[in-house]
Write a protein that binds this ligand. Structure first.
Ligand code: SF4
Ligand code: SF4
Length: 218
């Protein structure tokens, strides 16, 4: 098989695959859709056993497919490995933008023409040359597809999404929960859920914002 983004997507049944470059390496960005019966946003943690959260949905549904792809791919590049530099030099969503999978929405999710904000990502790095799929440029620009929506902004209980900018991490409840490792609390991801909902859902959350803030921060 010729290793192209399209062939990888079809053979391993990913929902989206993009190729980009990062620090001299080829990055294969693998996208899978989160769905109600395959919830990639499911997490465990925030309790005594787990100091922080672990995305159990990824482990259950995404990792086995990535492992299968990697075990085949290692036959042609034994040094290929899961991309590990997240949060250090680059964020995986930036790589997805560079690979042309979509633009970043206001809630930071990658908004894709077909899957809207429902794609989640893993990535593999290799020295093998593979044809890039995007223009290799990341800019934290607002996604034009967000234009007439704004549901994430309405639903956010603390106004962390404003003026068509990405999330203000200082204000974001989820960010505070993670950085302060606050245990036993529900993790906020209302702005992600909003992306698949409608205005009345977002307005409902807005009306409940004081209660939500209390539930998510002590
Ligand atoms: S995770 Fe919650 S607090 Fe943070 S931006 Fe989204 S809705 Fe707002
Ligand atoms: S909820 Fe709407 S405005 Fe927010 S990221 Fe999704 S599409 Fe964009």
């Amino acid at each position: 098989m010729e290793w192209t983004a399209d062939n990888i997507r079809k053979k391993y049944e990913f929902d989206a695959v993009g190729i980009t470059k990062h620090e001299g390496k080829t990055i294969i960005v693998l996208g899978m859709e989160t769905e109600p019966d395959k919830n990639l946003d499911e997490f465990i943690g925030g309790d005594k056993k787990y100091a922080t959260w672990c995305f159990s949905g990824f482990k259950k549904y995404f990792s086995p497919v990535v492992d299968k792809f990697l075990s085949d791919f290692e036959k042609i590049d034994e040094k290929a490995e899961p991309f590990k530099d997240y949060d250090k030099s680059v964020n995986i969503k930036e790589l997805a933008v560079k690979a042309g999978i979509g633009f970043q929405g206001r809630n930071t999710l990658i908004i894709n023409n077909r899957f809207q904000g429902r794609l989640r990502f893993c990535a593999v790095e290799t020295f093998l040359e593979i044809e890039p799929t995007g223009n290799g440029i990341y800019e934290p620009l607002n996604n034009p597809q967000c234009d007439k929506c704004g549901y994430c902004e309405i639903a956010c209980p603390v106004g962390a999404l404003k003026d068509y900018k990405l999330i203000d991490e200082e204000k974001c409840l989820a960010h505070q929960q993670l950085t302060n490792r606050i245990p036993n609390l529900e993790r906020c991801n209302l702005c992600w859920i909003a992306c698949t909902k409608d205005r009345s859902w977002a307005e409902q959350k807005k009306a409940q914002k004081e209660r939500i803030k209390k539930e998510m921060l002590p």
